[in-house]
Every structure is written in structure tokens, then in C-alpha cells.
Design a protein around this ligand. Structure first.
Ligand SMILES: Nc1ncnc2c1ncn2[C@@H]1O[C@H](COP(=O)(O)OP(=O)(O)OP(=O)(O)O)[C@@H](O)[C@H]1O
Length: 297
């Protein structure tokens, strides 16, 4: 297991930033840490990176305890903080060499991480001359210098334009082939584009831990059906695989089925056989967006 968090609690004065949060992340996973502003994402990341100490609970990175084996945890982690602190007057290579000194990393690694993050064309410029997207690449390159097993990225695409955003996401996916990645964001599309799994946190509490594939191919299927006449809900309950029928106004019903078979033709035939006309029939899948708003509103 690359990351283990067990019952982590952390308060700032009266403000409980994290309340009994537990999760595990396996080697090689790319996990999105999703939550509204102030949910506790950065606090959790800072505990994992040893910047903060939890009030309660225990955490491990790469089998090292974040409290008792800080040095080993730091060696195992590459961290890109939310406000990536770069020295704008330094040249890219100079900055990476400076970091290599701090981490006592062989200078050969500089060219490797420059290649890995696609920084080549900009490597001889001053950081201050780079676009925000390239500055993020510098941050990623610095985080990768000591070849850590785990990358912790705090909102890595904030402030990037749509093209840079796609490029950085692609890069993260590429890096994720070799590393375990935990990245925080409040952009659902980001999680869908990059991650294998999502942890949703709200007001310091973990409210969901789901594989993206489960969300995509989930068993529950929700259909929104509009008939030309009122139908008793008990009548619609006769449909196969039905688990829930809800009238959502007028003659419109939300019907949940527990099957991955497409139920639209079945509902259409059922209506026809019972002298009903189907005015609308659409599939409303439980996607990340609906799950997120259900859990964090
Ligand atoms: N150093 C601190 N001192 C006092 N309160 C803090 C500190 N760090 C975080 N908090 C509070 O803890 C809560 C969680 O903050 P945190 O930064 O972890 O949230 P977040 O999910 O990362 O939010 P955002 O998406 O806005 O970055 C917030 O209410 C925040 O104000």
C-alpha cells in the first residue's frame, strides 16, 4: 500500500479541518481528492507530507509513519503545493540544480526530469519568463527530482488556460504510469479525465471513495420517462429490475433499475402494451457530478 490514512483528525482552534478520515491508496493508483473550498484537502496533504501533525490518527506513506519516520516519508514523496513557490529570477536549470543540492540528488537527474516533464524547449529560460503551464512543469520536475514513489499534487491545474490544462493533465497521466499519485482538485472533469479513483471530502469528513469505473459502469440505471397520462407508481413497479419509482412532476417519472442492460426499449414496449404514449425517455446516469452534488450540498 502506498498511502494509508487511519482516523485522521486535525483542528485549527475550534475549526475541525479533518474529522476521522480514513483511506488507503494502492501502488500505481491515480486518486483524485475532490471537495469544495475549505473541505480539508490541503490539510490532509500537508499531514501526509509531514508539514502538519495530525491531532489524532495515524498515516503511512510507502510504509513509513508520517510522524515517526519523517525523513523517509519525505524521500518517498514528491509534493507540488497549491501555491508552487518558484524563484522567478532563477533559470529553470539553475532552479532544478538548486533543488538537486537540497535533496542531495545526482545532477544527472536534472536532464531526466526536464525530458520527463517536456520542459526541454524552455529549459534555458528564467522561470519568470515562462507561462503558468510551464511553471507548473517546473514544479513537477522539482517534485520528481529525487524519483519519489508517490506524488502529492495540490490543485495542479488551478489558473491554467484550457490548452495548458489539457497538457498538464496528459503529463500527470503519463507520470502516473510509474508513480502513485494523489491530486486534489475541485474540478470534477479533472478527476474524470485523470484519475482511477475519487475520494470526496466535505467539511472535513470523507463522504465517498469510489472507482471511476464503478461510476461509469455502475449497476444502477436511472431513466426519466414522461407519459401522456398519470400512471400509478405501483404500476411502474411491475417493470423488471425496478428498485425505485419517483414522480418528479406532471406525468414525469424517475425510474431506477438495478441492471446494466439498457432499459429504455423495455420501458417503451411496456408503455405501448399498456396504451400509454412515451413523450420523453432519457437516461440519467449517476455520474461524478450528481454524486458530488448529492454528497456535498
Ligand atoms: N493553518 C491554518 N490555520 C487555521 N485554519 C486553517 C489552516 N489551514 C487550514 N485551515 C482551515 O481548515 C479548513 C480546511 O482547509 P483546507 O485548506 O485543508 O481546505 P481545502 O479543501 O484544501 O480548500 P481549498 O480547495 O480552498 O484549497 C478550512 O476551514 C481552513 O480555513
Amino acid at each position: 500500500m502506498s498511502i494509508i490514512a487511519k482516523n485522521i483528525t486535525k483542528s485549527f482552534g475550534k475549526q475541525k479541518a479533518l474529522n476521522n478520515v480514513s483511506f488507503t491508496i494502492e501502488k500505481g493508483e491515480i486518486v483524485g481528492f475532490l471537495g469544495p473550498n475549505g473541505a480539508g484537502k490541503s490539510t490532509m496533504m500537508k499531514i501526509l507530507t509531514t508539514y502538519y501533525t495530525a491531532d489524532d490518527g495515524q498515516a503511512e506513506v510507502n510504509s513509513f509513519d508520517v510522524q515517526d519516520e519523517k525523513k523517509n516519508v519525505q524521500k518517498s514523496i514528491g509534493y507540488l503545493p497549491e501555491h508552487n513557490p518558484l524563484y522567478l529570477d532563477m533559470y529553470v536549470k539553475e532552479y532544478l540544480a538548486f533543488n538537486a543540492d537540497v535533496y542531495k540528488v545526482n545532477k544527472d537527474r536534472i536532464n531526466t526530469v526536464i525530458d520527463q516533464t517536456g520542459l526541454g524547449p524552455e529549459a534555458n529560460k528564467k522561470i519568470g519568463q515562462l507561462s503558468k503551464g510551464y511553471r507548473q512543469r517546473v514544479g513537477l520536475a522539482a517534485a520528481l527530482l529525487h524519483d519519489p514513489e508517490v506524488l502529492i499534487l495540490d490543485e495542479p491545474t488551478t489558473g491554467l488556460d484550457p490548452n495548458q490544462l489539457l497538457e498538464i493533465r496528459k503529463l500527470i497521466r503519463e507520470i502516473g504510469k510509474e508513480k502513485t499519485i494523489l491530486l486534489s482538485t475541485h474540478i470534477m472533469k479533472e478527476v474524470e479525465a485523470v484519475c482511477d479513483r475519487v475520494l470526496i471530502i466535505n467539511k472535513g469528513t470523507l463522504v465517498a471513495d469510489k472507482k471511476l469505473s464503478e461510476l461509469r459502469d455502475g449497476q444502477d440505471q436511472v431513466l426519466v420517462v414522461e407519459f401522456d397520462f398519470r400512471v400509478e407508481e405501483a404500476f411502474l413497479n411491475k417493470l423488471p429490475y425496478v428498485i425505485l419509482v419517483k414522480n418528479i412532476g406532471g406525468f414525469v417519472y424517475e425510474i431506477t433499475f438495478n441492471t446494466s442492460n439498457d432499459m429504455r426499449p423495455v420501458v417503451f414496449d411496456f408503455a405501448h402494451d399498456n396504451q400509454l404514449k412515451t413523450l420523453q425517455l432519457s437516461r440519467k446516469n449517476k455520474n461524478l457530478e450528481s454524486l458530488f452534488s448529492e454528497l456535498t450540498l
